[in-house]
Design a protein around this ligand. Structure first.
Ligand code: IMP
Ligand code: MG
Length: 183
């Protein structure tokens, strides 16, 4: 567990206010998710675990080690529209998975689903590629926005706060923390 001084460590004027999920709580929940996912698929499903970078990198690394099935790992990076940029509904993949999705069980791994916009943009692109199934596993699930697709697996129903650590960032900081804290 982090020390009080680590929690209070200031970076660029931002202060972590409290640990929301500690390392042991995360480890236990990830182990449960691993068991549920293991039971949901068969070895012949040709599972492809597809991480949405960058936020999912630590969660994915822990999760694949507790899934007891043959699987492959790949990643994607989706373009994001900054404030003031008008989305014309186009999505660009800045990094496109090299793996062939056709006929495979694809499990998309997200750090946090908030408005669902990211998933709403990425999922149609992946579905065009003819996966046998496409499910979502999100570490955190926030808010009550209307979403086109909901994750099948969620680690934690997150409080309405800005969370960092265990892959999640604020302006690229704090991703490496072994716990999830609110800013
Ligand atoms: P959505 O498109 O609104 O569902 O937002 C999803 C993305 O926004 C996530 O993949 C994160 O990159 C980012 N995000 C949303 N809430 C948080 C948060 O509390 N901490 C860090 N990143 C967040
Ligand atoms: Mg993200």
């Amino acid at each position: 567990m982090p020390t009080a001084s680590e929690i209070q460590a200031k970076r660029g004027g931002r202060e972590l206010s409290r640990v929301v999920y500690g390392p042991e709580e995360i480890r236990r929940r990830v182990a449960e998710l691993g068991r549920e996912i293991t039971e949901a698929y068969a070895p012949e499903d040709d599972l492809l675990v597809l991480g949405v970078l960058k936020g999912s990198f630590i969660f994915l690394a822990d999760l694949v080690r507790v899934i007891d099935l043959p699987l492959q790992v790949d990643f994607l990076v989706a373009s994001s529209y900054g404030a003031g940029t008008v989305s014309r509904g186009e999505v660009r993949l800045l990094y496109d998975p090299e793996a062939d999705l056709e006929g495979r069980a694809v499990l998309l791994i997200e750090d946090i689903v908030d408005s669902g916009t990211t998933l709403d943009r990425v999922i149609p692109l992946l579905e065009e590629r003819g996966p046998a199934s496409l499910e979502i596993c999100a570490l955190l699930h926030k808010g009550k926005a209307e979403r086109v697709r909901e994750p099948r697996w969620v680690g934690f129903e997150a409080p309405d706060a800005f969370l960092v650590g265990y892959g999640l960032d604020h302006a690229e900081d704090f991703r490496h923390l072994p716990y999830i804290a609110s800013l």
